[in-house]
Design a protein around this ligand. Structure first.
Ligand SMILES: *[C@@H]1O[C@H](CO)[C@@H](O)[C@H](O)[C@H]1NC(C)=O
Ligand SMILES: *[C@@H]1O[C@H](CO)[C@@H](O)[C@H](O)[C@H]1NC(C)=O
Ligand SMILES: *[C@@H]1O[C@H](CO)[C@@H](O)[C@H](O)[C@H]1NC(C)=O
Ligand SMILES: *[C@@H]1O[C@H](CO)[C@@H](O)[C@H](O)[C@H]1NC(C)=O
Length: 459
């Protein structure tokens, strides 16, 4: 080994030893400093936020309404925006909506001086640790579902903000008369369940116009369209005291297009097909088959569609009445066709029997009595003089009687024909009447629906 290199090695080893001896206490110093710093940040007692929260809650009593003067009311400010209409149940008269609900009130015991707490302006506190108003929705018929948010926001002047989404199932009188074109008006009334207006008063956060026309959060692509949310403040007077209440009316309109396409148009088509059957001659038997198939088709259609039409105990939708009237017309026109065929058939079958036979029987007897004298003279009188004369008169009489019987027969035929024609004209007239009332009902219904649609479109 090169002695120079050996020297270098020795020097390096010595250097390392001295460096290590110098660094050992330094390392321990660095470690102590780092651990001290870590201990500093793991102890929350040192943080301003912790200090503030502790200071606020230490002497707080959540049982006490947070006012300095007992006769001062706590005003709770409310806000609501409709997020979605989840279900409209006309049969049970229930409305299920999802709303964003916000309430703000002032807590006089939860305020601080920001310059004493590191300029903290807002802090979140557990809701369970502070006083909160007991505001409920009056119309609820099912447990309101809302995610449990444990915290509220408090700012340095003691204003508390609480916001949460709620799924409300509320009772609402749903009007289904104008079914695919209906507008529903359901109210959500907020009030304190216990506190009278002297203790807890209510007010709006935003202006009422803003709330009324707020559709920003509303999900647009559902069956229902949000028209407006008008609201009113009122004081409910009852034996237990006067209660402040705020009522929001959720006004929604159904989008009718899907029902027009799936319910109204097929039904009108079926009626038009049945109308077409009036162009078949009324005594045509194929008409019965045709009408029966339309009736069967209509029944199948109604059974299929019965789930789509809302059923409610109080009012029947106009469209249901229309379907029933259409069905009644189908049945009426079918029974009329059956009657017509029955009378025509009866007439044809009894034609050779009753009217014709009994009339022809009379004429037969007539013919026999007339021919009798012809036979008698031929057999009895045998004078050669008058024989030619008598033969002549005999043939003439025969011809005469034959002609008479022929004319009788024709008369009878004509009479039967006239009877048949009378029946036919009567039935034709009935047919016409039915056809016209059909057209009238269909026209009336179309006009009613059209004008209703136009009216509600313009709202
Ligand atoms: C907040 O505290 C600072 C300093 O302690 C003080 O100067 C100030 O007056 C206080 N403000 C209020 C509103 O008490
Ligand atoms: C606290 O919030 C209320 C309502 O938002 C506001 O009026 C008040 O000025 C706020 N206080 C502070 C100190 O920011
Ligand atoms: C909704 O109903 C309330 C009463 O419950 C009524 O005051 C309000 O005018 C109605 N709104 C509409 C748009 O029909
Ligand atoms: C719904 O439509 C309205 C306007 O018609 C719009 O202002 C709103 O942002 C829409 N909402 C959603 C969730 O798309």
């Amino acid at each position: 080994m090169d002695p120079q290199i050996g020297m270098l090695f020795r020097c390096a080893r010595a250097c390392a030893r001295t460096l290590a001896s110098v660094m050992a206490p330094l390392w321990s110093l660095i470690l102590v400093a780092a651990s001290a710093q870590a201990r500093d940040s793991t102890y929350p007692e040192k943080s301003a936020l912790h200090h503030l929260t502790k200071t606020l809650l230490q002497k707080y009593h959540k049982e006490v309404r947070p006012v300095h003067k007992w006769n001062e009311a706590t005003t709770v400010y409310l806000d609501l925006s409709v997020h979605a209409v989840l279900d409209v149940d006309a049969q049970n008269q229930k409305l299920k909506t999802s709303i964003w609900y916000r309430e703000v009130w002032n807590d006089e015991f939860l305020s601080w001086n920001t310059s004493m707490f590191d300029e903290i302006r807002e802090v979140s506190l557990p809701l369970s640790a502070i006083w909160a108003p007991d505001i409920i929705i009056n119309e609820f018929v099912d447990i309101e579902r809302s995610p449990n948010f444990p915290y509220v926001y408090v700012n340095s002047s003691g204003t508390i903000k609480n916001a949460k989404p709620i799924q409300v199932v509320s009772a609402c009188s749903l009007e289904t008369y104008a079914f695919p074109f209906d507008i529903q008006n359901c109210s959500l009334t907020f009030n304190s369940i216990l506190h009278t207006v002297e203790d807890v008063n209510l007010a709006f956060i935003r202006s009422r116009e803003d709330i009324e026309h707020d559709k920003k959060a509303f999900l647009n692509d559902s069956e229902w369209e949000l028209l407006s949310v008008p609201s009113t403040y009122s004081i409910l007077q009852s034996s237990a005291g006067d209660f402040a209440q705020i009522q929001f009316n959720v006004v929604i309109r159904r989008r009718p297009l899907v029902y027009v396409v799936s319910l109204l148009i097929p039904s009108i088509f079926l009626m038009l097909v049945d109308l077409g059957s009036f162009y078949l001659p009324p005594n045509c038997r194929a008409r019965i088959v045709f009408k029966t198939s339309v009736l069967v088709g209509y029944t199948v259609f109604r059974v299929n569609m019965s789930d789509e039409v809302p059923r409610s105990a109080v009012s029947t939708p106009l469209i249901g009445i229309f379907f029933t009237v259409c069905m009644a017309f189908l049945v009426l026109s079918l029974s009329k066709s059956i009657l017509l065929i029955k009378y025509l058939h009866d007439g044809r079958r009894s034609e050779p029997k009753r009217p014709l036979l009994c009339l022809r029987g009379g004429s037969d007897a007539d013919v026999v009595t007339r021919t009798d004298p012809r036979i008698q003279p031929v057999g009895v009188t045998e004078s050669p003089n008058g024989q030619e004369h008598q033969v002549h008169s005999g043939t003439l009489k025969e011809v005469w009687s034959q002609l008479q019987s022929l004319s009788n027969y024709l008369q009878v035929l004509e009479q039967v024909d006239r009877q048949e024609i009378d029946w036919l004209t009567l039935l034709y007239r009935f047919d016409q009447l039915l056809f016209r009332s059909y057209l009238l009902v269909l026209g009336l219904y179309t006009i009613t629906l059209g004008s209703l649609w136009a009216l509600w479109r313009s709202l």
